[in-house]
Design a binder for this molecule. Structure first.
Ligand SMILES: Cc1ncc(COP(=O)(O)O)c(C=O)c1O
Length: 464
């Protein structure tokens, strides 16, 4: 403990020296905002830097520091911050008054819906837009409940689907108990009782739960590529088993593609697996950096939100639903990805594979075991997402339990100390890594590896 605290003090001193203006803004923010900000992940210790502007791979703070950023708008940016293709569009759009909120239906949402459904390529599918991933997954669950007349929800232990009461269970890992608790006050008892968790990519565990509770389950919601739970790709066999079992029991299969949608190919990752879920949720990059999310799926389920439906879900829409600027941005972004798929995706996959390997190597060079997650598999040829983990014993990272159990992986090193060490190297990561964008060129990746190498050297000097 002594050693760790001394090391943190050294890192903090360096960080404080270069972020004095951020420190005083943070003091001001704390007086008026809960914990001094609006998102827990942005409020790291000892205090966050405050952003002045961002471009491509870079984010600049109000103290004049420039960081290479792998958070990239909560993984929403695949072309980097403020990409030229979007800026150009808005210069054209703004003079027409197009970006102000209108409160009417507009053409760009139709274009975005058409493109999204074309890329999914199913028959009898529809889409409804809303404004956050949280809302999209919440509505997907409610539609599944209405369609099946059941209340039960099955999710992945460690799966994060946003902060609606429906899905705030089995998110955080509790030593001894694992992913079983409801993590938030205010979630109705009934929801907690009816929500169950299964281990990611474990077909036998899934089969056991479905055979036991299947006739009470409305839906099974999961990310085919587990996101915040650990950046892990499901095997094809697992998703096939999930599809078979859910069909057998009449359970609605929901793929939450809020991170994976359009990140691995110009569609949902489901197309790579060749598995068609009943409902899918999209968000993050489908809005080109704006608040857009979508529930897409079988029309007969989505039609549950129609006025005439017997089991009606009041998925009515909100003030900012299909905001014209957001829809325009989303359309431009998806169109770009569809048209440039042949270059964007192989490049990102290769960059991810190289970066993960090189990061592991710089730690090995100092005699420290570091393991990246985010690798592809037989279906997904590489990925642009990565986390860095520090195993406390010999192990493979296969599910969220492996990634988030403090008894097997060193959480403090990953979440707190590596973050601070890299900030002093002008690199910004979350969970040890993040998302590579097309704006991250070789020189940025080389600089990043050098930053990790320096962090590894300091780890060795102070901790090992
Ligand atoms: C897989 C997944 N689903 C849902 C959400 C919630 O999205 P939002 O933050 O837009 O509410 C997130 C957010 O990180 C996510 O990663």
């Amino acid at each position: 403990m002594e050693k760790i605290n001394r090391f943190i003090a050294v890192l903090e001193a360096k960080y404080r020296k270069k972020t004095k203006k951020s420190r005083s803004l943070y003091d001001r923010a704390q007086k008026v905002m809960v914990r001094g900000g609006s998102h827990t992940l942005r409020l790291w210790a000892p205090y966050p830097f405050f952003m002045a502007r961002a471009k491509g791979p870079y984010v600049c703070d109000i103290d004049g520091n420039t960081y290479i950023d792998y958070w990239q708008g909560h993984y929403a940016n695949i072309l980097g911050h403020n990409p030229a293709v979007l800026k150009k569009e808005f210069e054209r759009f703004d003079p027409e008054g197009g970006s102000l909120h209108t409160g009417f239906e507009g053409e760009s949402q139709v274009r975005l819906a058409e493109l999204l459904l074309k890329q999914l390529g199913y028959r009898d599918y529809k889409v409804r837009f809303t404004t956050s991933g949280t809302l999209a997954t919440m509505y997907a669950v409610m539609l599944a409940q209405a369609h099946t007349g059941r209340q039960g929800i099955l999710k992945i232990g460690g799966g994060w689907h946003g902060a609606s009461p429906y899905l705030l269970k089995a998110v955080k890992y509790y030593p001894k108990r694992g992913f079983v608790q409801g993590e938030s006050a205010g979630v109705p008892e009934g929801i907690l009782r009816n929500t169950h968790a299964t281990r990611f990519d474990d077909p036998d565990d899934l089969e056991k739960i479905v055979r036991a509770k299947g006739d009470k389950l409305a839906c099974f919601i999961l990310e085919p590529f587990l996101g915040v739970g650990g950046f892990l790709a499901a095997s094809k066999e697992y998703l096939q088993r999930a599809r078979r079992l859910t069909e057998e029991y009449g359970i609605i299969l929901i793929f939450d593609e809020i991170i994976s949608g359009f990140r691995f190919c110009p569609s949902g990752i489901q197309k790579l697996y060749g598995i068609e879920p009943d409902l899918s949720t999209f968000g993050k990059l489908i809005g080109g950096g704006h608040a857009v999310s979508a529930v897409a799926g079988r029309a007969e389920i989505l039609d549950g939100s129609r006025a005439k439906s017997k089991q009606r879900v009041l998925f009515e829409g909100g003030t900012f639903s299909s905001h014209p600027q957001y829809m325009r941005a989303g359309y431009v972004m998806l169109k770009y990805l569809v048209e440039h798929a042949a270059t964007v995706y192989p490049r990102l996959a290769l960059a991810g594979d190289l970066l993960r390997k090189r990061v592991e190597d710089v730690f090995v060079a100092e005699g420290i075991e570091a393991r990246c997650t985010g690798y592809g598999n037989a279906v997904i040829r590489g990925s642009s997402l990565y986390m860095v983990n520090f195993p406390l014993k010999k192990m493979d990272y296969e599910s969220a339990e492996d990634v988030w159990n403090p008894a097997t992986s060193n959480m403090r090193l990953k979440e707190e100390i590596l973050k601070l060490a890299l900030l002093t190297e002008d690199i910004h990561v979350v969970h040890g890594g993040g998302a590579i964008s097309t704006a991250h060129e070789d020189r940025h990746l080389d600089r990043t590896v050098a930053g990790y190498a320096e962090a590894a050297r300091l780890f060795k000097k102070y901790l090992f």
